[in-house]
Write a protein that binds this ligand. Structure first.
Ligand code: TMP
Length: 237
């Protein structure tokens, strides 16, 4: 597999073409971004930890019947993935109140949501990733009603599989964000990454935050917390 030119540079990952038209390489950098890219810092080992964490989670999801972009790990910071046409919509599932939900509704952080909630955000940093609903997605042509229904179905299945996986490791899966794309056969496939950058994980007993909120809130020991989560799950680093 030959790495060719950079196709796209995101806030934390770079995407490269390869000599195979159906495959891309994702490079996980150490850049750590918060507040829609307004704050970016380099954190040692982050690229490697998130790459390996993501590979572990994506393989668990595939095994549970969820189609993912993951193909194979290439190096500490690189993974080979299927090329998708990404849908510019972020799907957020919440099991406990935190983050923007707490700000928006003024509810107490940590209350259990019964059942989970499913929200959509437009992936657009310049606009601050605004909250949208399914009718906006269809009206503006970001996705069809059928694609959205599948994205929701897959997001809820991911929630089921990962809530159990993290629970077994003594962690609460508070919320998470997923991004999907369309594969060349027209099917909806889970893309982007699943790592502590894009979810909230709290220790079940102490409620210690073990995810990117440590960076957003200046709590320190960010990568140490990611590594502890990886170690509890049995992710080989
Ligand atoms: P929120 O509480 O800020 O809306 O975030 C909900 C979850 O989605 C949280 O785990 C962080 C994740 N997320 C991202 O990873 N990237 C984003 O751009 C947004 C809006 C949320």
């Amino acid at each position: 597999m030959e790495k060719r030119e950079e196709l796209y540079r995101g806030k934390a990952k770079s995407v490269y073409k390869t000599d195979d038209a159906d495959r891309l390489i994702l490079l996980f950098r150490n850049d750590t971004s918060a507040f829609d890219g307004k704050r970016i810092e380099q954190l040692d080992r982050k690229g490697m930890v998130n790459n390996k964490f993501n590979a572990f989670i994506m393989q668990k999801l595939e095994a549970a019947g969820i189609p993912t972009q993951f193909d194979k790990l290439l190096a500490d910071n690189e993974v080979l993935v299927k090329k998708l046409d990404m849908i510019p919509v972020e799907c957020v599932v919440r099991n406990y109140a935190a983050g923007s939900l707490v700000k928006r509704l003024g509810v107490e952080e940590g209350i259990k949501l019964n059942p989970y909630t499913f929200e959509l955000f437009l992936k657009d940093d310049a606009k601050g990733d605004p909250f949208i609903n399914d009718s906006h997605v269809v009206a503006f042509g970001w996705g069809t009603a059928e694609q959205l229904a599948r994205m929701k179905e897959l997001s809820l299945k991911v929630n089921e599989v990962l809530s159990k996986l993290f629970d077994d490791a003594g962690l609460l899966l508070v919320d998470f964000k997923l991004e999907f794309g369309v594969f060349r056969d027209g099917s909806i496939v889970l893309g982007d990454e699943f790592s502590p950058d894009g979810c909230r994980l709290w220790d079940k007993d102490t409620k210690k935050k073990m995810d990117k909120d440590r960076f957003r809130q200046g709590l320190g020991d960010v990568i140490e917390a990611y590594e502890e989560v990886a170690q509890r799950l049995g992710v080989p680093l």
